[in-house]
Design a protein around this ligand. Structure first.
Ligand code: NDP
Length: 335
C-alpha cells in the first residue's frame, strides 16, 4: 500500500517537500472491515487547512499522518454484510492506494448511474456544498443577480448553474479567458469576468447594472473588495471558502477595512453566513442527492473534471488547485 503522509507543515504555498510517499503493509481486516483498491482520489482546497495546525473546525493532519481525503474505489475483500468484492464505494480515509475501513462509514455507488468519480464532485461533497450554500443561505429568487467566483471549479460551476435554474442573472468570475469562455458556453452564465484583468472591478460593476443580490463567497481577497460596493440592500452572502487566502502568511497590506465591511453589513442589512457542509447539512443529503442526480441525468447541469493520471502526482495536484491551475474538479486517477 502506497500512501502520502504529511512530512512537514507548509509556510505559505505547500511544496513537494511537505509530503512523503510511504510504502506500508495492508493491515488485516477486522470485523465489518472492507479492503478497497482506490481508483480516484479527490483533491480539494480544504486539504491546505488540514496541513496547518492553526485552530479550525477540523483536527489537523498529524506530522507523519496520512493526508486526509475522499477516494472512490473497488472492494477487494469484505467482512461487512452490505459489501462484496467488486462493489464501487466512496470512502473518507486518505491519500493511499488501498484502504481498510469499517464498512459502516462507506457509501455504495451505482456505476450505471454516472461515472463513479462523480461521487467526488458534482454528486458528492462539492456539489452538495453548492446546493445547500446557494439554496439555503443564498435564497436565490427569479431576477436576482448572483455572483460567484472560482466559477469553473466544482462548487462555483454548480452554484452558477443552479442559479440559472432558479432564474437568476449569473455573473461568473474565473481566472483567465479560457475559463470564462467555458463558463459562458457550457455553464450558460450571463457574463464571466477574468479576475486577473487590470480593470476587473470596473468590469464587474458593468456586468452587474442592477447590483448584486447573492454573492456566493468562494475566494475572498480582491474579488470580495470588488463585490462589496455593488451589494444591494438585503443581499445574501453564503461564506463557503476563501481560497485566495489559504496560502497567506500575513494579513493583506493596505488600510484596515473591517469597519467599512461592518458598516456595509449594517446599512445594507446583509445576511452573511458561513457554513461547513457536513457539520451543518448532513441531514439534508438525501434531498441534494435526489435533485442533483435528476439534474445531471437530464443534462441540466454540466460537469467538468480535471483528471491527473498517477498517484505520485497528488501533491502537485493540490499545489495546482491552490494556484488556480485546475480547470474543473481536480481528481487524481490512481488506477
Ligand atoms: P476549485 O476547484 O474551484 O479550486 C479553487 C479555485 O479557486 C481555483 O481553481 C481558482 O480558480 C480559484 N482561486 C485560487 N486562487 C485564487 C485567487 N487568489 N483569487 C481568485 N480565485 C482564486 O475549488 P472547489 O470548487 O473545490 O472549492 C471552492 C471553494 O469552496 C473553496 O474556497 C473551498 O475551500 C470551498 N469549500 C467549502 C466547503 C464548506 O463546507 N464550506 C466545502 C467545499 C468547498 P480561478 O482560476 O477561476 O480563479
Amino acid at each position: 500500500n502506497q500512501r502520502f503522509v504529511l512530512a512537514s507543515r507548509p509556510v505559505g504555498a505547500p511544496t513537494a517537500e511537505n509530503f512523503r510517499l510511504d510504502e506500508v503493509a495492508i493491515p488485516a481486516l477486522g470485523n465489518k472491515d472492507v479492503l478497497i483498491e482506490n481508483h480516484h482520489l479527490s483533491i480539494d482546497p480544504y486539504m491546505r487547512g488540514r496541513m496547518s495546525d492553526a485552530k479550525s473546525y477540523a483536527e489537523p493532519v498529524a506530522i507523519d499522518g496520512l493526508m486526509v481525503g475522499a477516494t472512490v474505489g473497488k472492494v477487494l475483500e469484505s467482512n461487512h454484510a452490505d459489501y462484496q468484492a467488486g462493489d464501487w464505494v466512496l470512502a473518507y480515509k486518505g491519500w493511499e492506494t488501498h484502504s481498510v475501513v469499517d464498512g459502516d462509514t462507506l457509501l455504495k455507488l451505482n456505476p450505471d448511474l454516472a461515472p463513479v468519480s462523480y461521487a467526488l464532485g458534482i454528486l458528492g461533497m462539492p456539489g452538495f456544498t453548492a446546493y445547500m450554500g446557494l439554496l439555503d443561505i443564498g435564497q436565490p429568487k427569479e431576477g436576482d443577480t448572483l455572483v460567484v467566483a472560482a466559477a469553473t471549479g466544482p462548487v462555483g460551476a454548480t452554484v452558477a448553474q443552479i442559479g440559472k435554474l432558479k432564474g437568476c442573472r449569473v455573473v461568473a468570475i474565473a481566472g483567465g479567458e479560457d475559463k470564462c469562455q467555458y463558463a459562458r458556453e457550457h455553464l450558460s452564465v450571463d457574463a464571466c469576468i477574468d479576475h486577473k484583468a487590470d480593470n476587473f472591478a470596473e468590469q464587474l460593476a458593468e456586468a452587474c447594472p442592477q447590483g448584486i443580490d447573492v454573492y456566493f463567497e468562494n475566494v475572498g481577497g480582491k474579488v470580495f473588495d470588488a463585490v462589496m460596493p455593488l451589494l444591494n440592500t438585503g443581499a445574501r452572502i453564503p461564506v463557503c471558502g476563501l481560497v485566495s487566502q489559504y496560502n497567506s502568511t500575513a494579513l493583506p497590506e493596505g488600510p484596515d477595512r473591517l469597519s467599512q465591511l461592518m458598516g456595509t453589513i449594517l446599512v445594507k442589512r446583509l445576511t452573511v453566513k458561513g457554513f461547513i457542509i457536513f457539520d451543518d447539512y448532513a441531514h439534508r443529503y438525501p434531498e441534494f442527492a435526489q435533485d442533483m442526480a435528476k439534474w445531471v441525468g437530464e443534462g441540466q447541469i454540466h460537469y467538468r473534471e480535471h483528471a491527473v493520471d498517477g498517484f505520485e502526482k497528488a501533491p502537485q495536484a493540490l499545489i495546482d488547485v491552490l494556484e488556480g491551475r485546475n480547470f474543473g474538479k481536480m481528481v487524481v486517477n490512481i488506477k
